[in-house]
Design a protein around this ligand. Structure first.
Ligand SMILES: Nc1nc2c([nH]c(=O)n2[C@@H]2O[C@H](COP(=O)(O)OP(=O)(O)OP(=O)(O)O)[C@@H](O)[C@H]2O)c(=O)[nH]1
Length: 135
């Protein structure tokens, strides 16, 4: 959803039992192709953010997440070309199904410290710091 140049995006750190986080690689043809990011996407007009995230996770990964399993942990505020990105990051420890890369080029489970070695969008760097403090 875009409000006067403000782009609202929701994303999640899915954390497995070993404390690893799922990241996905943006596919060729999309802006920032090849970078690793948290699964998620744009909130559509009139959509509640948590509902948008549940929808994106079903579309992108084929998993079911309950809105109540999503806990907000951090946000990023970052210039994005002509627009400004507001990215809300949630964490979830429970979901149904096995994530598969339906839109992404690849998926991988990584520890927060290892995420620093991955090329990620600029907005994600402070989010990784917040995640590392939390996990
Ligand atoms: N999903 C996601 N998007 C991110 C992250 N970091 C970040 O800067 N973004 C930016 O947030 C925006 C999300 O757009 P998207 O392309 O993933 O969203 P979408 O699935 O709704 O896209 P669509 O327009 O292809 O349907 C992009 O500009 C993307 O680069 C992140 O960690 N996860």
């Amino acid at each position: 959803m875009e409000i006067s140049g403000l782009l609202l995006v929701v994303a999640v750190a899915l954390v497995d039992r070993e404390g690893r986080v799922l990241v996905q690689q943006r596919p060729p043809g999309k802006p920032m192709a090849g970078l690793w990011e948290f699964p998620g996407g744009k909130v559509e007009a009139g959509e509640v953010p948590e509902v948008a995230l549940v929808r994106e996770l079903a579309e992108e990964l084929g998993i079911d997440v309950a809105t109540g399993a999503l806990a907000p942990i951090a946000f990023a505020s970052e210039g994005l070309g002509e627009r400004h990105l507001l990215l809300l990051l949630y964490v979830a420890h429970e979901w149904a199904g096995t994530p598969e890369p339906r839109h992404a080029s690849a998926l991988q489970w990584v520890r927060p410290a290892e995420m620093r070695t991955l090329a990620m969008p600029p907005a994600d760097v402070p989010l990784v710091d917040a995640l590392e403090r939390l996990l």
